[in-house]
Design a binder for this molecule. Structure first.
Ligand code: NA7
Length: 499
């Protein structure tokens, strides 16, 4: 098979899908189709349009290595700017023309070296490989609070923002105090008449000043790509060897510094001892995903803002009733209650070799070889698959490394050295056993609940250092795979009619 005969389906056109398409095309594999369930691309940054949405990774790091951007307007740019960047990259790379919008993949079935893909718009043909790139923080999680449907005001989940919502002068309740709830509090405190944050668990907050990048600096980056590039590498080094290695337990000094900084942030910026006690977590810094904000403590202390830590008893037409019997009367409720982060590939029906059902197999826990492939599912790959480093590294770096790795495996097929590739069962088992062992000593298992835990109670992140991840993603270890080679089969496929 030549690179031009190879057909690849990519599921999703967010950051992971763009990275996957880019690295395939970079290898000369151009027959790539991205199936996108929505009418626009963008994944996370399309779905999250709540007030204050921004990335907590600095923008000059949160970009593809192949698409530097001199135009970022803030150190940590707002979500709509990132969304415009994603669309812009898709246009400039030509990826946009490969997206089939309004096509939600419902089924993918493997047979004899190929996958047939079906969307809600019907059968889409036969592909030599599939890359699932649907993202982990994709399915909003609504809380199971009694009476939730009885509320008479307006309500929405943060990732399903109601664009008609006007919060000006309203009594607003926010349920959830993670990264999302915190960003919304900062944005809405000045707008709402009254704002109540319903906090179930306090969060550690890292102070990271956000500031505008002025036109002079942007011009400097436009004129001097090398200086922008060296800034990227500086940020990458700081982020990976300091932040990422600190939270994954590979840089004790950086961890101590980070923990101290969070403590100082709380103690110096929250003045009332009672409020400070309510905002003080009872677990270690980094156990839950660290919240980054330069404004939260200031916002929560505004006179029109109230932090409520009593348990929620139920929701009723007029508002939220807490367990102490108090009714918090509200016009709007915002659910910043997170995502079903482990529903990877849901709700697709994915049938592999010998009729194996991926989601059935994952009922006892999502598992993969190095996050990117699964035994029994030849030529099926994933960007952001099980145990991707979800809480530690900049996601775009992760996505790019996985995409490059997958493109290299698909290159084996495209260049005729393989017909099918799937990871060996025993190697995958050993990898996952190692993962579980390594996870036992991480900060994430040190005594808190978080979205890193899967339904089986296991932390579904990546326990090792950034250096190890980069090493693992460098070059595929082909010995870890069953690589089926068949010249006859290749010729048969070359002569097949196009599906
Ligand atoms: P998170 O981090 O999962 O936060 C969800 C928040 O919602 C968290 O404070 C939860 O409290 C709270 N929550 C969830 N269910 C309930 C119920 N039933 N009652 C009260 N409070 C509840 O989601 P985010 O959207 O903030 O952030 C997700 C990631 O996106 C983030 O980590 C970044 O990587 C980007 P809990 O702490 O569980 O007690």
């Amino acid at each position: 098979m030549g690179t031009n005969d190879m057909r690849v389906a990519i599921i999703g056109s967010g950051a992971s899908g763009i990275a996957a398409a880019y690295y395939l095309m970079d290898r000369g594999i151009d027959d790539v189709t991205l199936f996108e369930k929505a009418a626009q691309m963008g994944g996370t940054w399309r779905d999250n349009r709540y007030p204050g949405v921004a990335c907590d990774v600095p923008s000059h790091l949160y970009r593809f290595t192949f698409a530097p951007n001199a135009e970022w307007t803030q150190r940590c740019s707002p979500g709509d700017e990132i969304q415009r960047y994603m669309v812009d990259v898709a246009h400039k790379t030509g990826i946009y023309d490969h997206i089939r919008f309004d096509n939600e993949v419902t089924e993918a079935v493997y047979s004899d070296g190929r996958w047939s893909v079906t969307t809600d718009a019907g059968p889409q043909g036969i592909f030599d490989a599939v890359i699932s790139a649907g993202g982990a923080l994709h399915h909003p999680k609504m809380p199971g609070i009694d009476g939730i449907d009885s509320f008479a005001g307006k309500a929405c989940h943060s990732a399903r923002w109601d664009d008609t919502l006007d919060l000006g002068g309203k009594r607003v309740g926010i349920i959830g105090s993670g990264s999302t709830g915190t960003q919304i509090v900062c944005a809405v405190a000045d707008v709402a008449a009254q704002l109540t944050l319903f906090q179930r668990t306090a969060q550690w907050i890292m102070h990271l000043p956000n500031h505008p990048i002025d036109e002079g600096k942007r011009q400097e980056y436009r004129d001097d790509a090398a200086s922008m590039d060296s800034y990227y590498h500086y940020l990458a080094d700081r982020f990976n060897s300091v932040f990422a290695d600190a939270v994954s337990g590979h840089n004790a000094e950086a961890y101590a510094h980070m923990a101290q900084a969070c403590m100082v942030n709380l103690n110096t910026n929250v003045h009332d001892p009672e409020l400070r006690a309510k905002l003080t977590p009872d677990y270690k810094v980094g156990c839950k995903r660290l919240v980054v904000s330069d404004r939260f403590y200031q916002a929560i202390q505004q006179p029109n803002v109230h932090l409520e830590t009593a348990d929620i008893a139920h929701i009723e037409p007029a508002g939220v009733r807490t367990a102490d019997g108090i009714l918090h009367s509200l016009d709007v409720i915002i659910y910043a209650t997170g995502f079903h982060a482990h529903s990877l590939c849901h709700p697709m029906r994915i049938t592999g070799r010998d009729g194996g059902d991926l989601l059935e197999q994952w009922k006892t826990g999502n598992a993969a070889y190095r996050s990117v492939a699964v035994p029994g599912f030849p030529n099926w790959f994933m960007v952001g698959g099980p145990n991707s480093p979800i809480g530690n590294f900049s996601y775009l770096m992760t996505a790019e490394m996985q995409a490059r790795y997958i493109a290299s495996l698909i290159g084996e097929i495209a260049e005729g050295r393989a017909r099918t590739i799937e990871p060996k069962d025993d190697v995958t088992h050993a990898y996952n056993a190692q993962l579980r062992n390594a996870m036992a000593g991480t900060i994430w298992t040190s005594g808190c609940d978080s979205w890193y835990f899967d339904p089986q109670g296991r932390v579904a992140s990546y326990p090792w250092s950034y250096a190890r991840f980069a090493e693992e993603m460098q070059v595929p270890a082909l010995d870890d795979f069953i690589v089926e080679r068949s010249f006859k089969r290749r010729m048969a496929r070359r002569n097949r009619p196009q599906g």
